[in-house]
Ligand binder design. Structure first.
Ligand SMILES: Nc1ncnc2c1ncn2[C@@H]1O[C@H](COP(=O)(O)OP(=O)(O)OP(=O)(O)O)[C@@H](O)[C@H]1O
Length: 276
């Protein structure tokens, strides 16, 4: 299989913030690369530096040391935790137009308008463009924020705890859209506190007090390795995703799955193998 190209390379990244009269490093010497089309989850406790890293990747804050290099002609856009933060327009249409005018080229050509229409349909919002933004639910606002990123041709979507203020149904709707965009080839950086949301990622990075303390596959993070008493997920104080808990229970009862499922459909497939 052809190795995916790196789309973002972070090398020795250090970011500092003012802390009273002194500067303190809130990210220190972070290095990793993100392959094109990957889905990377960034986890870590409160204040570990997740949002700072997200904003640095999106170019919203200046860095103190190291570098972040982004492949040519690749647009990186961020969606923030609070759905209200990024919305300025009175109506959905105005919001989309505003986001286009924020783009580097302010391209409002018919093809760009078609692209917006396609992004809108991907989000499956089923709302007329003239709908006032204030009438949207939190989940619909987050979907609109994501559509605005797509309108700006985002190849990399940095999603900073975008579901944390949403109810379960809206969370699912946002995740469904992101899964679809990932299948279309978008590169996803998903910041979360919720282990349940890690399962869609192929890789997990964990920040601990501003340093990178885990970088591995999602199954490695959730299941750990052979000789570990507990998985990294548990060691970092996160609750295991539900599918992993069920798989563990089955293994404890002597039912060897021979797989490390993360998604319900993977668990169903592994469990079906037990009946053969
Ligand atoms: N603008 C700022 N000025 C000063 N300190 C800041 C600023 N932004 C972040 N920090 C500090 O940087 C550290 C990392 O914050 P950050 O918001 O990146 O963490 P986080 O992992 O996203 O936290 P949470 O999970 O609570 O959102 C914290 O100690 C925070 O207080």
């Amino acid at each position: 299989m052809k190795k995916k190209e790196s789309i973002i390379t972070v090398t020795g990244l250090t970011v500092s913030q003012q802390d009273g009269t002194t500067e303190k490093n809130v990210l220190e010497n972070i290095s990793f690369t993100l392959p094109e089309g990957s889905w990377t989850a960034i986890a870590g406790s409160n204040g570990s530096g997740k949002s700072t890293l997200a904003r640095a990747i999106a170019g919203l804050i200046s860095i103190r040391g190291g570098s972040i290099s982004i492949a040519d002609n690749i647009a990186v856009h961020i969606v923030l935790q609070n759905p209200e933060t990024q919305l300025l327009g009175d109506t959905v249409e105005e919001e989309l137009m505003l986001s286009l005018s924020r783009g580097q080229t302010a391209d409002k050509s018919p093809s760009r308008m078609e692209q917006i229409q396609a992004a809108w349909e991907e989000a499956d919002l089923q709302l007329p463009f003239h709908t006032p933004v204030r009438q949207l639910s939190g989940g619909q606002k987050q979907l609109l924020n994501i559509v605005c990123c797509l309108a700006l041709d985002a190849e990399v979507l940095v999603l900073d705890e975008v579901t944390s203020m949403l109810d379960p149904a809206s969370r699912e709707h946002v995740l469904t859209l992101i899964r679809r965009l990932h299948r279309m080839g978008k590169t996803i950086v998903w910041i979360t506190h919720r282990a349940e949301e890690l399962v869609h990622a192929d890789r997990v990075l964990v920040l601990d007090q501003g340093t990178l303390s885990f970088d591995g596959s999602t199954s490695q993070f959730c299941y750990g390795t052979f000789n570990e008493q507990s998985s990294p997920c548990e060691q970092y104080g996160m609750e295991l995703p539900y599918v992993v808990q069920v798989a563990r229970q089955l293994e404890r009862k002597g039912l060897t799955l021979g797989a490390q499922p993360l998604l319900p459909e993977e668990l169903a497939q592994a469990a079906a193998g037990l009946c053969r």
